[in-house]
Design a protein around this ligand. Sequence first.
Ligand SMILES: [Zn+2]
Ligand SMILES: [Zn+2]
Length: 234
Amino acid sequence: MYRYDLHVHTSEASRCGRSPAKDIARAYADAGYDGIVITDHFIHGNTAVSEELPWKERMQAYEAACLSAREEGAKRGLDVLFGIEHRFGDGGKEVLVYGILPETLALHPEIETMEIEAFCHFMHQNGAYISMAHPFRKKPYIPQPGVSVDPSLLDALEVYNAGNRDDENFRALYYACRHGLGMTSGGDVHDAESEQIGQAGMLFSRRITSEKALAQALFAGEGLILSNGTPCDD
Ligand SMILES: [Zn+2]
Ligand SMILES: [Zn+2]
């Protein structure tokens, strides 16, 4: 099985990121992963990309962080894919989006003013897979934990986030089961020294070498969840 972490940040594009993309890629390769998805905090989140820049340059900045990790990954047999973590509403809620390409984002500056409903429709029209990030995390910046959107807008919940407590992850798992949603697992890693590297991710029976292939694999329910470093077998 091939191991991919679906939730990873860089200091180039996430303000809370503490390690540059190359160091992150190296750390994952050293930990035995086959791939990672760079999901930096997008336009309304804790981003390191200036809002003052023209839209296209902002999208290029997100892409550049991913490309830097990919360059390092290519030397070490680590696949590096592009994704985003998009903040919506005003309560610190975020969705992870897989299968969208930076060049598609660059063509659509109207994304900036979309409410979450229009945002999800846009992403689905473009073949992307949407998983709500750490939905039941209790933190000061998330005053009302929970799934605050119509679950029909989502494809999945992040049922295991290595930065969450077990009871928070359990509630996400319970919600996903009750609502027939898919499940993803991510490390939410911001630092190359993080102990969260190795705890989370998904196991696929083949290598996933493109964003489209990742979305298709997730829609097909192919990945096994890694939780506390252990695969959840069927
Ligand atoms: Zn962050
Ligand atoms: Zn994150």
